[in-house]
Ligand binder design. Sequence first.
Ligand code: XLS
Ligand code: NI
Ligand code: NI
Length: 448
Amino acid sequence: MSSDFFAEVRHPIPFGGIESTDPLSFRVYQPDRLVLGKRMEDHLRVGVCFWHSFAWDGRDMFGSGTLDRPWNAGAMDPMDGARMKMAAAFEFFAKLGVPYYCFHDRDVAPDGESFAEFKSNLDALVDDALGYQERTGARLLWGTANLFGHPRYAGGAATNPDPDVFAYAAAQVKNMLEVTKLLGGTNYVLWGGREGYDTLLNTDLRREGKQLARFLHLVADHKHKIGFTGTLLIEPKPMEPTKHQYDFDSATVHGFLARNGLDGEYRLNIEANHATLAGHNFHHEVAYAVANGMFGSIDANRGDPQNGWDTDQFPNSVEDLVMPLYEILRYGGFSTGGFNFDAKLRRQSLHRTDLFHAHIGGIDTLARALLAAADLVERGTLAAIVETRYAGWKDELGTGILDGSLTLADLAAKVESGEIDPQPVSGLQELLENIVNQAIWSTGRSAG
Ligand code: XLS
Ligand code: NI
Ligand code: NI
């Protein structure tokens, strides 16, 4: 089925340069532009997410859908609606010209009356998706299962007090893992959904932790069994929809995985806005993942500094993205991961082209931040300052402490004899902040 849902948009969105007056053009993003020897498209690996962009019609808890998504209007046969939605989605991916997309099982397939019916709906639509992938070149960044929308999951999926629900979630993930493999997905994501609690009064924390670990083991086992070679990703989030989500932040998830012998099996899918909700910033979450070998992929949406919830807005601040990108570049870039937006339009963004403006702006912002981050890597000033700051750890004393050859008493003796008498040194924070701003400002001049 071909689609002209976005008929006003030509194919594909062109690069117009920084001075372009065409709102439907990229100002900075040039897929083939080389940055540190690698194509921009290969650095950013941008993905569009199905759920907010196509499955969601703008409804919130105070009002019904506002967006023009005819397949959600209820009047259509569910499978016809699903097909129309998929056609519009692939039309959008192709016109935007990005390499990837991602989806939850329930985003594309109608629920049906039973699991078996849902499965056959999904199979039919996955077949269609294979055809679209072939024709448009769009690839699957990741698949995931929606284990939070249906009322059965109100008390969690893997952490539900009812093992029947655990089993149901297992069936859904097994199926979606296989679908992801079939579609050539490069990752599989588990976002905690309702794995958490609303009150401790009815919650057995220890038991739920064991259940979650078992679930993650089962998923990893099945991945190996079917020979899926993509990366399993966990997406931390501290709260919402539950009051407390178990996958609170990167460090919490890492600790949980390590305690349960799972840290070799999973990597992190870090969401900018979730970092903010956890009381960190995006840079922190990425830096933690990189420092601990847990970095996987990114959901790039931002929050609103005035709101303490997951507003899922498209990125539009270069400042917020430069340092996360710097960390990613120094890590060697993405392997299987990429940047998906996991972002939604505002409820008043009613034009079909608003979805293009949102993605174009987000992608240009990422591209612009990439140039600044690459500049920081090339200059090497930040890295050199950090290197110098820790230089002492390479000397005899530092290496002796770390390799265990010096005892507490040995160290005390050196201090008591006056051999060691440390002097405070500057942390150079303001200088470092200026270096980052300089990279943003100077790359701005040449970005056209
Ligand atoms: C919700 C999450 C969700 C995941 C995918 O806050 O961000 O959208 O990315 O299940
Ligand atoms: Ni997300
Ligand atoms: Ni989110």
